[in-house]
Design a protein around this ligand. Sequence first.
Ligand SMILES: Nc1ncnc2c1ncn2[C@@H]1O[C@H](COP(=O)(O)OP(=O)(O)OP(=O)(O)O)[C@@H](O)[C@H]1O
Length: 325
Amino acid sequence: MNKSPTASLSAESSIPIISVRGVSKTYAGGFQALKNINLDIQRGEIFALLGPNGAGKTTLISIVCGIVNASAGSIIADGHDIARDYRAARAAIGLVPQELHTDAFESVWATVTFSRGLFGKPPNPTYLEKVLRDLSLWDKRNEKIMALSGGMKRRVLIAKALSHEPTILFLDEPSAGVDVELRHDMWRMVRELREQGTTIILTTHYIEEAEQMADRIGVISKGELILVEDKEVLMRKLGNKQLTLRLRQPMSIIPAELSNWSLTLCEHGHALVYSFDTQTEETGIAELLRALGEHGIEFKDLRSSESSLEDIFVSLVHRPMEAQA
Ligand SMILES: Nc1ncnc2c1ncn2[C@@H]1O[C@H](COP(=O)(O)OP(=O)(O)OP(=O)(O)O)[C@@H](O)[C@H]1O
């Protein structure tokens, strides 16, 4: 019996485009950079891998791209085992590394044309022209790469990675050292690529980038994937809100009568900060304000704020260290 096109389409889209199973990496010196990583990346999503310096982000990307060998575990990329079927797996992947290493004497056009050929793709000048135009590189196509500015070189790296029409695009620290214009161009392009069906995995230190772009977020710390979560869910689950009340009279301690509320004193006793969970229906604000009135505590103004992804990330990555201390 023939499967309906819709059924096979949905079956295909539910299979992860990348499947990482039990991947560990110990470098030659004995340092264990990755510990038993398990991760599925869904087709067509933007996945942001966050983690402090040295967490293992580049190592993980390099293993998926076949640049570094895993010490244990297996990876399937777009249906191909990256160890057994390296060429096919690699052809599905575009990698934008942090730095440009080669091609300094070549022109932009020669570089992207050559890159495409490396993956066995037939020439397609129309496609490459579109890539260069999208990256504002078309006017520079005949210039040697060594003559380009740092920002333009970054654009060339992206163009190279896209030259063979990959279904998976890795961006390793795409925003490091680039100006606002390029960052925004890149974000726009990444969104367009996703709309065309490309799966995007980016590593970043810029939480704003993950907050803006990602559908899902993975947090890696000391070689371990400590969390993978839908961005919205993560922000709802771990985010909390704060209400800051600026007091008319400074306080030295929080009165015992207010011990039921999660309060802290800030600004040398001039501000009282109330933290509350975003998930609960009752915030407790009305009761708190009533209690403050009953105890004669007056305030000049109040403002509320919500924890950002950055606050959540810092608390996640630092929590284990604090717990150990
Ligand atoms: N070739 C290597 N030999 C030995 N150790 C290495 C090698 N490459 C990386 N490491 C170590 O592995 C750890 C993870 O490095 P990796 O570059 O994957 O981290 P990262 O999360 O990408 O960091 P950053 O954000 O600084 O780029 C670091 O402690 C690093 O020093």
